[in-house]
Design a protein around this ligand. Structure first.
Ligand SMILES: [Zn+2]
Length: 145
């Protein structure tokens, strides 16, 4: 397997933070499709009834700006990879919006690490957004001052 094949497996497996959001939405009565191939970027969670998609994004691979979870080492090695992911994410976000979809990005620092949200509060925020939040929104963990 090449490195990029390994990485794409890592990216597409059911990571734990994504499962938290999925279960939380399901428990609140939302129904969704997963990784819909017909939509740009195959968003993690797609709610057709709400014309909404939710992406749970790893801070490291998707280059969450200013986030404490970004890599401090091996920058010269992973930097271009992360920059490529960011570019691709931006392209997919624009394509989704152009197609009339709303998108919520939940950065993984909402769910792990010292800045994480209270879980129920986070899930309520996600549910509220699905019911009628802005076309494009992001949730991120709090950062130390
Ligand atoms: Zn982050």
């Amino acid at each position: 397997m090449t490195r990029s094949e390994v990485m794409s497996r890592v990216r597409h497996k059911d990571t734990k933070p994504e499962m938290v959001i999925r279960r939380g939405l399901h428990a609140r009565g939302f129904r969704y499709r997963l990784h819909d191939k017909k939509l740009p970027g195959r968003p993690d969670i797609v709610l057709p009834r709400w014309r909404a998609a939710v992406e749970v994004r790893g801070c490291y691979w998707h280059g969450h700006e200013g986030c404490g979870r970004m890599p401090k080492t091996r920058q010269e090695f992973w930097g271009p990879k992360i920059a490529g992911n960011r570019k691709r994410d931006a392209r997919n976000e624009a394509a989704l919006r152009d197609a009339g979809w709303r998108l919520l990005i939940v950065w993984e620092c909402c769910l792990v690490g010292t800045g994480r949200w209270d879980r129920e509060e986070l899930l309520e925020r996600v549910a509220d957004w699905v019911r009628g939040g802005d076309g494009f929104a992001e949730l991120e963990g709090s950062r130390p001052a």
